[in-house]
Each structure stands twice: as structure tokens, then as C-alpha cells.
Design a protein around this ligand. Sequence first.
Ligand SMILES: Nc1nc2c(ncn2[C@@H]2O[C@H](COP(=O)(O)OP(=O)(O)OP(=O)(O)O)[C@@H](O)[C@H]2O)c(=O)[nH]1
Ligand SMILES: [Mg+2]
Length: 485
Amino acid sequence: DDQSIHEIDVKDTGENSCGDRSDDEDQNDKWNFYDQHESTRAQSTQKVNTRESCCSDSSEDDEQNDKWIVYEHIVATSVSIGEQVNESDEVILNETHSIKKESSLDTETFEDEILRDVGLDNIKKEVLQMLKTDGPRNTIHYMNDNASMWKHATVKIAVAGKSSVGKSAFINAIRNVKSTDDGSAEEGLGDTTLVVQEYKHPKNKEIIYCDLPGYGTVIMTRETFLEKVNLLEYDLFFIFIDPVPTEDDQWLIEQLRKADKEFCFVKAKLDQDMKNLKRMGMTAENALAKIKKPIVDATKTMPTIHGDVNIFLISNTNFSIGEMVKLVSFIKAKVPKLKFEAIAFCLSSFAKEVIEMKYETLQKRISPLALSLSLSDDSMLNVVRAENELGLYYDVFGLDIALNQQPPNLRHPFSPDCIGTLLNSLCDEPLGVLTKMVPIYSTVVAYRSFKKFFKQLLDELKDDCLTVHKYAISKRQKELSLPKC
Ligand SMILES: Nc1nc2c(ncn2[C@@H]2O[C@H](COP(=O)(O)OP(=O)(O)OP(=O)(O)O)[C@@H](O)[C@H]2O)c(=O)[nH]1
Ligand SMILES: [Mg+2]
């Protein structure tokens, strides 16, 4: 009710005029305000009850109560429109602001709002508890640290197997490195190294693929192998086979079982195998089953391999065919969440499923980010954080590449200033107005606004990534169908 709102005359308590207050104090005040509400609300409710029971005449108390009821009404309305803040809502928000010393939303409502929105596991209860005990500033630091933890997660994946099975080609392909690039693993030498060779991912130096020396040869006996290779160092083992596991592979598995390490078999060169089988008139599906059968049969005769063993058929020249997506899911299931996040962020977008996995991982970051941004009073830092997050989206989806390599119909084609433009659209949101609002209310609305902004952009950039993926596949098919010179 606009009329009643305008009639409310609340004195400015001068809270905003204390120029010599530190940021910390302001931040803490902002949060203390949330806590104080509990008692204010209890008192007001008591007053309403008293008035009802005594039927007293109009008095100062009644006036207060009326204000309180109007305020509750405004808050309820505001919360219900919180999802979409538009111009008319700003009027209500401004009026709410004018009575801000009366009260605020209570802490529980705030928590409910966030927990309901978040899907629960992204903002942990501890974070909300921390807000109360340590204040917003420390909580923001904590959340910012958490958001960048994946950058420090070290992952070591061991790539083992006999000579010429495609280990080096795999190590190059998974790092998106061409065999002619600097830092590539040499392919086709037929000369397995005698030491562990480490290959860092160019996008994240903490992700390391390790080319293990061959085992069971005259030079590299099994014993020497175990002296040179510390099995405990690795998160996961990929044992490359061709065409089936050898006795030496079986021995390695025994060692891995003892060391309690996870492994899978990988058979590369699927492209070549498929080509041969297709020429013989076989369908792709049947070809896969035909290549896998002897491997499965061989593992059944191996006493050290109990139960189901994971076998993935892939092509190092084309990850989009075969079971590379399943191999990625296997990694996801076997390494801690944080490590997988780091791995997923630097995988190339070779399949729709991988794009979805990246999307899921990025999406989980939105709620904590939105909460952290909405709690912060430091708008400069917020801009930097928002900018970094958008940069991460482009980077993870592989959209940060030259324009001429991208299809024409992208929602947000990459250009040097595209992230700046996107950030401007965030500043066009009514967040400028929101910063002046009731602390807790503005936090909830800002939280929703940020969340909506990042969610929408992430969705659009995922669509762009899918468009690029489709474009790359059709380009590849066209190239393949061209007659060779
Ligand atoms: N078409 C095709 N060729 C592959 C594939 N994987 C590997 N190759 C080729 O097969 C040959 C051997 O692959 P490498 O990656 O060098 O094998 P490796 O296991 O590292 O061998 P060593 O270094 O001797 O232990 C190279 O010429 C690769 O280019 C694949 O999936 N498809
Ligand atoms: Mg090699």
C-alpha cells in the first residue's frame, strides 16, 4: 500500500554518515543487523499480541505496530518479487529502505531463502554458521579461497603399457597438444623410455600425465620397474593394451591391488580398427563389441583380475568416437571431486557429455559465488571476481579462441572486450540501487540477481560451446568426405 508506506516517517539514525568507520565495522554492522532482528521481531510480535488482548486505544505503541505490520507486508511482497527486480519493485525497495531501522528479515528467513535456492550442498551449513560467528568479511575470504581451490589440486595420472600401444599419442591428445608442438610426447619411436616422463597440462601445470617405462623387458625387469616407479604417487593408472593385456600387465595389476590403486585398461587406435571392420561390412556397434570381446575373454583367464574390469576403447586421433566419454566418467568416479574439477576444466570439449560435465561443475560454483558477491561491500573486488568467473567460463568451454575459428551464430562470440560488455550488463541490473537497501533484504535480492545473471550466461555459453562442437564435427566430416589429393 503506497499511501501507508509514505506516511511512515522514520528518523535517519545516521548509520551511513559515520565517515570514519572502517570497512570491517561496516561489514560487521551489516551482519549484526541480521542478528538484532531476532529480538526486534520478538518484541514487536509481543506488542501486537498485547494490543489485541487489551484492546487499548490508539497510542504510540499502536502506531509502532502499524508500522511493523506495513513493514512485514512490504517485506513479504518484496520477497515474492525478489526473483525479478524491475522498476516498479524499486519503489517498494526504496520505501523499505526508508524504514530500515524498524527491522529486517530474520536470519532464519535468509538462510531458508538461500538453502532453498541453492540445491543445498553448494553452500554448506558451515558457511551460514560462519557468517554468524566470524562475520561476512571472513566468510567471503573463506568462500573465495574455496572457489579457487581446484587450481591447487594436483593430479597425477600414470599411463602404462608396452611399446607402441598409443601412450604418447594419448598423453598428447588429452592435453590438446599436437605431436609437433613444444612439450609434446614423441610418438612412434618404438623406444620406450627407461624413466618416468612427466607431461604437464599446458592449461594447468598441476595436472600431470606420466609416461611410465615399459616393464618386463630385459633392461626394465619387473623389479627394476618397481624401484624406479613409486606406485603410490599416482591417483589413477591407465594401462594401455593392444590387442589384449599381457602377462606383464597382469603382474602390474597385482602390484596395483597391493598398493590399493585404481586402474583401467585402455585400447587405442579404435579409428583404425573400425575402418578395417567397416570395410568388412560391420556396423559401428558390432565392431566395438567385436574388438572388446577378446579383451574381456583374456581378463577372465587372469586370476589377479577379480570381478568387472573397466576397459575403454578409444581413438587418440579422434576422442569423439568410442568410449572416451566413459573414460572421463571413470576418472570422475575414481578421483576426489576437487581433482575432477581441475581435470574437467582443461578437457577439450570433444563430446556433448563432456560439455555437460563441465557445465555441471561450473554451475555448482554459482550459488557460493553469488552469496560471496552479495555479502561483499567491495564493488571493485566484486567486478574482478565476476570478470574472473566469466573468463573461466570462456576458458573451460574453449570459447576464448580467435573469431575466425568460430561458427557465425554464437550468442557471445569471443572478442577482446566481450567480457567487459557482459559485465556492463550486470551493472545495468538494479544492483546499484540494491546496495542502498535494507542490509539483509538487499543481500537476498543481490544474491538472486547475481545467481540469475551467472546462470543465464553460463547457459548461453554452454549453448555456444555446443554450437562450436557441432560445427567442428560437421567440418571434420566435410574434410573426411573430400577426395584426398
Ligand atoms: N590412427 C591412430 N594412430 C595411433 C593412435 N594411437 C597411437 N597411434 C600411432 O601409433 C604409433 C605408436 O603410438 P605411441 O603413442 O608412440 O605409442 P607408445 O605407447 O607411446 O610407444 P612407446 O613410446 O614405444 O612405448 C604412433 O605412430 C602413433 O601416432 C590412435 O588412436 N589412432
Ligand atoms: Mg611413447
